[in-house]
Design a protein around this ligand. Structure first.
Ligand SMILES: [Zn+2]
Length: 224
């Protein structure tokens, strides 16, 4: 019962881990929400149906049942604070999840130990998934495959403003290396971008990039 006594000093790596829990999730998990019950009951079978249902997504297990997501730690910030009882450490972890095929989510969590905090950030990210509007929006390309964006999009967080633009095939991800994993997990291969503000702050840069990708989706979703 003293598992909390062991202090973990494991540092957060940038390695990708598969969050798939094949088999066990279906048997053990009992949904509490209306959406969860519909997914387990087979009434909702796909992510499109989930989005169309407009029901609140509150259980990450729902997402595990519908699709396979990879996650990647984008930023870990350790904050030290002096209190009368001594030194206290808190970590803030930012994580992205994606299926490499147009689905992306961003999640943040705070906690004392990095390991469990990453897990909670992943769960938050799963509850925030959205569809990125991909496409081949570059007039120089015209291949018609969804390797880039359909059109230009802008995102902001703090002082950082990111503009992402469609690029032709073979350009690659022309964006800061600290946020490249976000585009990879979203399934985007080619992009042009420029950014203003303090892009050294990975957290704000990452959030602004996700914001830009989310805005690209809104343009389409507004019609229906
Ligand atoms: Zn193209």
């Amino acid at each position: 019962m003293s598992s909390g006594a062991r202090r973990s000093t494991r540092r957060a790596g940038r390695a990708r881990r598969s969050t798939r829990r094949a088999g066990t999730a279906t048997g053990a998990w009992v949904p509490k929400t209306r959406l969860g019950k519909k997914v387990v009951g087979g009434e909702i079978k796909s992510l499109d149906e989930l989005f169309a249902s407009n029901l609140p997504l509150k259980e990450p297990e729902i997402v595990n049942l519908l699709l396979e997501l990879e996650d990647e730690v984008i930023d870990v910030k350790i904050v030290q604070r002096m209190t009368d009882s001594g030194r206290r450490m808190t970590s803030r972890v930012a994580v992205v999840v994606g299926n490499g095929d147009g689905i992306l989510g961003f999640g943040v969590a705070k906690g004392k130990e990095v390991g469990p905090t990453i897990q909670r950030a992943v769960e938050h990210a799963k509850l925030n998934i959205f569809e990125v509007r991909r496409g081949c929006g570059s007039w120089e390309c015209g291949c018609g495959r969804p390797h880039s964006l359909a059109m230009k999009s802008i995102g902001k967080c703090g002082s950082v403003e990111v503009t992402i633009k469609p690029a032709p095939r073979g350009v690659g991800l022309v964006i800061g290396s600290n946020v490249k994993p976000i585009l990879k997990l979203a399934g985007i291969e080619d992009i042009w971008s420029f950014a203003r503000g303090n892009t050294q702050c990975t957290f704000n840069f990452a959030k602004a990039t996700v914001d830009a990708l989310r805005n690209s989706a809104k343009i389409k979703g507004g019609a229906t």
